[in-house]
Design a protein around this ligand. Structure first.
Ligand code: HEC
Ligand code: HEC
Ligand code: HEC
Ligand code: HEC
Length: 364
């Protein structure tokens, strides 16, 4: 075979290989890494610029309505059926109503919650749900500063223009659902989105984010087993919850833990304490607000096992470690901080002393 033919084959092969490599690399991107802990602890976060850019759009806050006139009469002099917003001025109530439409029902507007001819009527169920949501939002912003700090939340933090927020969840894998003689599968090997497709128990949420019956903590404090009855199954449930929390915040385990000693609070980041309060806050929101609302909801809002939508970490965080990238949506709507219109001369209540972080020995 003439040499020039072989050379041309070689050239073609090299060109094809080059093109394949170039195509392959086009799909790669340079990841961003950040060191979060002390040197040598490997507490690194790896981020993809594409994901960061996509989250940027999701975390936009709509421009606030124009500030209300504080001199307007108290809302109770103008409106007849206020049960929550009695501490605001009439114009602040109207301004907040505009915002509620933008946050929860931008398409239907006021009519989503109101009969437009009788605004004081409670005939539409979304209005009743919204009234309870107003109370819930104020509760988060006043009583759960241990988690939301001064940043706080508004309806937008969860809803982002949708009637039912993304990142809500339903019960699945009812306890005891077994395989007969094969025993109780405990929701394992049924890869669910909440456990990122792993074979871990698929529903850590109904176990940990409604009640405190199951303990998250499974590691012993002694070299040999001493009295505890924590099983491998319990450990797998904890790992499922941890996967869900990591996914909801868009981080990995080392954002909160030093993986050398997962249980040690001394070696964990401050974010882990925040997360500890977050777990307790979510339990309260579900027990005191979302579950009691279930009887009001129409059948098409219910999940496969007949329960209503519930709040998880993802409902606020949506893949970002600080919802809305840490920008406070509350500063323009202090009415939702529970302070409302404070009459001049009345001091705002003093901040409660922050609770001590959870002790390493506390079980729940
Ligand atoms: C997501 C639900 C929701 C949307 C959207 C909404 N509202 Fe409301 N509205 C409420 C709730 C809840 C109350 C009662 C608040 C309370 O009990 O303190 C209320 C109360 C009112 C009242 C007081 C009625 C009275 O006399 O008691 C008026 C007026 C009002 N809304 C007007 C509007 C207007 C105008 C819009 C559209 C720009 C709007 N609302 C959009 C939920 C909503
Ligand atoms: C912590 C997250 C969170 C916040 C904050 C929040 N909501 Fe909700 N909201 C939910 C979840 C989850 C549901 C679905 C469960 C339900 O309908 O009971 C919901 C449902 C609703 C519904 C019923 C929608 C339907 O069509 O069934 C209305 C109306 C509503 N919210 C209004 C509000 C308003 C107004 C605010 C702000 C004052 C608010 N929400 C704040 C999580 C939140
Ligand atoms: C956002 C912070 C956060 C992230 C991310 C996180 N954890 Fe946790 N982890 C916690 C908190 C808070 C607790 C304690 C919860 C409690 O006591 O209620 C905990 C507890 C644990 C425990 C039990 C420790 C004990 O005392 O027995 C293990 C094991 C664990 N995490 C593993 C992981 C793994 C593996 C990952 C990654 C897949 C992870 N965690 C991601 C916050 C986090
Ligand atoms: C009601 C909305 C809401 C829910 C639900 C929620 N968070 Fe948060 N979280 C926030 C807000 C707002 C902040 C920002 C607080 C600040 O700026 O100080 C935050 C901050 C955090 C931080 C600190 C981030 C940092 O870098 O400082 C962690 C960790 C965290 N949340 C974990 C969780 C976990 C885990 C859950 C579920 C168990 C959860 N959150 C549920 C609203 C929420």
């Amino acid at each position: 075979m003439p040499r020039c033919v072989i050379a041309s084959w070689v050239r073609t092969a090299a060109a094809v290989a080059g093109a394949v490599v170039a195509l392959g690399l086009a799909g790669c991107e340079r990841k961003l890494t950040e060191q979060g802990g002390y040197r040598g602890t490997g507490q690194v976060q790896v981020k993809s610029p594409t994901t960061v850019a996509a989250l940027h759009e999701l975390n936009r806050i709509p421009p606030p309505e124009e500030a209300a006139d504080l001199e307007s009469p108290p809302s109770t002099e103008v409106f007849t059926n206020l049960k929550v917003l009695q501490d605001l001025s009439a114009t602040e109530v109207s301004r907040l109503m505009q915002a509620l439409s933008t946050w929860v029902s931008p398409v239907e507007g006021c009519d989503f919650c109101h009969n437009p001819d009788v605004l004081e009527s409670d005939e539409k169920y979304p209005k009743l749900v919204a009234r309870r949501m107003l109370e819930m939002t104020r509760r988060i912003n006043t009583e759960w500063k241990s988690h939301v700090g001064e940043t706080g939340v508004t309806c937008w933090t969860c809803h982002r223009g949708q009637a039912v927020p993304s990142g809500d969840w339903f019960n699945s894998n009812p306890p005891g659902a077994g395989l007969g003689a094969l025993g109780n599968r405990d929701g394992q090997n049924a890869p669910g989105a909440n456990v990122v497709g792993s074979a871990l128990p698929g529903d850590p949420l109904s176990l940990f984010l409604v009640t405190d019956q199951a303990s998250v903590r499974i590691q012993g404090n002694t070299a040999l087993r001493s009295g505890g009855h924590d099983s491998i199954k319990a450990a797998e449930r904890t790992y499922s919850l941890m996967l869900y929390m990591s996914k909801s915040l868009g981080v990995n385990c080392t954002y909160c833990h030093s993986t050398r000693a997962l249980a040690s609070w001394q070696e964990s980041t401050p974010q882990r304490s925040k997360a500890w309060y977050g777990i307790r806050m979510v339990r309260e929101l579900n027990t005191d607000y979302l579950i009691p609302l279930e009887p009001m909801l129409p059948a098409h809002r219910m999940g496969p096992l007949g329960d209503g939508p519930k709040v998880g970490c993802e409902t606020c965080h949506k893949g970002t470690f600080k919802p809305l990238n840490g920008v406070s949506p509350l500063t323009d709507y202090m009415a939702l901080s529970g302070i409302g219109k404070v009459p001049p001369g009345v001091p705002t209540p003093a901040e409660p002393e922050p609770e001590a972080p959870p002790g390493p020995q506390a079980r729940k």
